[in-house]
Design a binder for this molecule. Structure first.
Ligand code: CA
Length: 493
């Protein structure tokens, strides 16, 4: 037997031994869906046309509703950027994951990307991280844990020519950040290993304050006249002191950094308030329009690369946002515009196109659902629940009919701490530092203008809701961990 034949036989045997398991592995990997989690920062559901927006058309985000499922009752458990991101990564409430305010996340705890990575997924995050990390020298930058690839903005990041940190290396890029984050997300998918499913967190910075659009979209909205919300001139009569005390009012708290230009001379009172609102909406919506264009580009990329069929694509925002309702911008309050998150999901072959769900889901449910979809057992200590059955239109027996919310810190906009519960019909809010209550009957008063907490007709409901809230607090183990000792390592925002 000459050397060549001996080598060939050896190679053939080696191939027989090595190739079949490898091919089987590839096949198994192919069956598991890829997962793309798209998240923006501060994008209200009522600025998406699939949610009936009167402000804007978002045809590309709408595609996910048309080809997938729209959740109408998705809520945030603490309406503020950093805590929501931590809740999404850990599947736990703030008092369990250690991120009640703008503090760093402890990266050593178990998190969604770590579980998926261990299960054989190629994991990546591109764009906004905003959770700091365990490096005291670079507290604003952090290090995402559990990701094979990460390319993140330090802190809030810039709208133009951003610095980004790619696997620990700082790089200055040029261009508009919404476009760049999309390009880098596509690169992650293009460069992935072929023998593994992938998990991508594609996180936009936009449309976070101070709303800086690119030239194309700025021009599109420069003469835009926004419709005035029904609650724009809410005088807070009947509400607790919290709304009045806060500093996130359109008329008194939007600054020239927000409006970018000085108001026309002579404007005051109601006219000035309307002018400020118009400037806010022009820039905010222009930023959203750019996000929508880019999501369109990303979805087309999935189509063209043949990946759309076996990829779950989700769209959400880290919380809701006030677009002039109750004279507010920003979030934090448990009122509807801030509490509600958009959540759209497409999974060809698994989700019936054009589906709508009214079941209550929460940001702490995202991680359990994604693990469940990937065939990974949901860890018992996650507080959220997998809503995988809801994707095929089945509501499991005993699915939640109430949700618990908690906001901890007055923070940058002086919003009084509060907690409360929302059911399908009612919302009870307790401003614990003020010792004041609000109750809304959302069926009769969806815009939350009439606090009926003291109305004798609602006393039975009040008692029931308090009982349910206490049950949830106990179940979730909220024992006031952060009331007096809030973490102080503020990462800004
Ligand atoms: Ca946010």
């Amino acid at each position: 037997m000459n050397r060549f034949i001996r080598f060939s036989i050896f190679a053939l045997l080696a191939a027989l031994v090595v190739l079949p398991p490898s091919a089987a592995q590839t096949q198994r990997a192919a069956k598991r869906p890829n997962i793309v989690f798209i998240m923006t920062d501060d994008h209200a559901a009522h600025a998406i046309s699939a949610y009936g927006s009167k402000l804007i058309q978002t045809p590309n985000i709408d595609r996910l509703a048309r080809e997938g499922l729209k959740f109408e009752n998705c809520f945030v458990t603490n309406s503020i950027c950093t805590p929501s991101r931590a809740a999404i990564l850990t599947g736990k409430y703030a008092h369990q994951n250690g991120v009640p305010v703008f503090n760093h996340i402890d990266n050593t705890q178990p998190m969604l990307p770590k579980y998926l990575q261990t299960a054989g997924y190629h994991t990546g995050i591109v764009g906004k991280w905003h959770l700091g990390g365990n490096d005291p020298k670079r507290p604003d930058e952090g290090k995402p844990a559990g990701f094979d690839y990460w390319n993140i903005l330090p802190g809030q990041g810039a709208y133009f020519d951003p610095v980004m940190i790619e696997n620990g290396e700082r790089k200055k890029l040029s261009g508009y950040t919404t476009d760049i984050i999309t390009d880098l997300s596509m690169n992650f998918v293009k460069n992935r290993p072929q023998d593994k499913p992938f998990f991508l967190m594609y996180h936009h910075k936009a449309p976070h304050r101070n709303w800086q659009p690119d030239e194309k979209h700025r021009k599109q909205y420069e003469n835009y006249e926004p419709p005035i919300p029904a609650t724009f001139d809410d005088d807070y009569k009947g509400k607790s002191d919290a709304a009045r005390q806060s500093t996130m009012h359109i008329d008194t708290d939007l600054t020239e950094t927000d409006t970018k230009v000085k108001p026309p001379a002579g404007l005051s009172g109601a006219e000035l308030k309307r002018w400020k609102f118009k400037r806010y909406m022009q820039d905010y919506l222009a930023c959203v329009q750019s996000v929508d264009d880019n999501i369109g580009r990303f979805l087309e990329f999935l189509d063209k690369s043949g990946l759309a069929e076996n990829t779950i694509v989700m769209y959400t925002s880290d919380q809701g946002f006030f677009l002039g309702e109750h004279n507010f911008y920003d979030k934090r309050f448990m009122y509807e515009e801030s509490l509600r998150m958009p959540f759209l999901i497409r999974w060809p072959g698994k989700i019936k196109p054009g589906s709508v769900s009214k079941d209550i889901i929460l940001n702490v449910d995202f991680a359990p659902m994604m693990l469940d979809a990937a065939g990974v057992k949901v860890p018992a200590d996650m507080q959220g629940r997998s809503f995988l059955p809801l994707l095929s239109g089945r509501t499991p027996k005993g699915w939640r009919t109430s949700m618990y919310y908690r906001y901890y810190h007055p923070g940058h906009h002086n919003v009084a701490p509060h907690y409360g519960i929302r059911t399908h019909r009612y919302k009870l809010i307790y401003f614990n530092k003020l010792n004041q209550w609000e109750l809304y009957d959302l069926l009769k008063d969806p815009i939350e203008m009439n606090n009926v907490y003291s109305d004798p007709a609602y006393q039975k409901i009040v008692a029931q809701l308090k009982k349910e809230m206490n049950r949830l607090r106990k179940e979730l183990k909220d024992e006031d961990q952060f009331t007096d000792t809030l973490p102080k390592d503020d990462v800004g925002g």
